[in-house]
Design a binder for this molecule. Structure first.
Ligand SMILES: NC(=O)c1ccc[n+]([C@@H]2O[C@H](COP(=O)([O-])OP(=O)(O)OC[C@H]3O[C@@H](n4cnc5c(N)ncnc54)[C@H](OP(=O)(O)O)[C@@H]3O)[C@@H](O)[C@H]2O)c1
Length: 281
């Protein structure tokens, strides 16, 4: 099997390279490959001739998307259309990675795959537009939504907390009124492998770890597992205003995994423990 990974040098791309090390992997990232260059991407894909594309490339800096919206539209929406159209023309299976930010976060239960999106940020709006490009230009696709991601060398919330543990203030204040599913790149990569082994599957899947936490609870567990003694205090979103409002509820229900008979995602505590073990090694 030959896999092409757009954004392959990024956080998830790095883990995918390792997870698929028994396959032939082609990294499609800047500067060699630009997903916003239609002719260039078409040529790159034709030369690589992969069996599947995992499309990770995106503008992921959520606050920067607010200040540079044209670049966010270009990468997240237009770029996804370029990748999708090329995959369709060259009959390559496409897995596009998306996000919980496509939802408003207002619901009082986890979002399932058939809930109506309602993004509130430039990042979420442009990522949903990217999903729609994939649905329109490449009907044979998988769209996999993930959230609260960490892995490899980051950057992520876990990496930030571990850095603050070494050099941060005496008392750390962490937001406790946003909840989600902390999710490791390892867990996502393994589930993508299982999805790729099922050529009959199509559509939108949620792929976050099982169990939920607030950022505050997540921080406490990171320090507990890292063996760090650090005072952490809960605070509200209102105390930490950000350019892009964060969804209060980022929890995703994995209905499609269940219906398609795929194994559940691991519990987030176990996935974090695996990350910590790898980090120590
Ligand atoms: N990180 C999270 O918490 C999170 C949560 C939910 C969903 N996701 C989604 O998961 C996917 C992977 O996220 P990630 O955290 O691994 O992202 P990342 O670390 O930011 O990696 C994205 C990669 O894409 C590259 N890229 C940017 N513009 C490109 C272009 N025009 N052509 C080709 N490559 C380009 C980036 O290069 P440069 O670094 O040079 O720009 C980077 O190497 C994204 O689709 C993201 O929306 C992430």
């Amino acid at each position: 099997m030959k896999i092409l990974i757009t954004g392959g040098k990024g956080m998830l791309g790095g883990t995918l390279q390792r997870e698929f090390s028994d396959c032939e992997v082609v990294v499609a990232d800047l500067p060699e490959c630009d997903i916003t260059d239609p002719a260039g991407f078409e040529r790159f894909l034709a030369a690589a001739r992969p069996d599947a594309v995992i499309h990770c490339a995106a503008m992921t800096a959520v606050d920067r998307c607010e200040s540079e919206p044209e670049l966010a539209w270009r990468l997240n929406a237009f770029g996804s259309g370029v990748v999708a159209a090329a995959c369709r023309r060259q009959a390559v299976r496409l897995i596009a990675i998306s996000t919980d930010y496509v939802f408003s976060g207002d619901l009082d239960r986890p979002y399932h795959e058939f809930d109506t999106p309602g993004a509130r940020t430039v990042y979420g709006i442009t990522k949903f537009a990217g999903e729609e490009q994939v649905r329109r230009f490449c009907p044979e696709h998988l769209i996999c939504r993930i959230s609260w991601l960490y892995g490899g060398n980051g950057p992520s919330f876990v990496h930030t907390m571990l850095k603050l543990a070494d050099s941060g203030p005496e008392v750390l204040k962490v937001v406790s009124d946003q909840i989600g599913n902390p999710t490791s790149t390892n867990a996502v990569a393994r589930q993508l492998r299982l999805l790729l082994a099922r050529p009959e599957l199509n559509g939108t899947f949620h792929l976050t770890c099982e169990g939920e936490a607030s950022w505050y609870e997540f921080a406490c567990e990171i320090f507990r597992q890292a063996g760090v003694t650090r005072r952490v205090e809960p605070c509200t979103t209102a105390e930490f205003p950000r350019p892009a409002p964060r969804p209060a509820n980022s929890r995703l229900e994995k209905r499609m995994l269940r219906w398609c008979g795929l194994p559940p995602m691991p519990d987030w505590h176990d996935a974090l423990a695996e990350f910590m073990r790898e980090r120590r090694a």
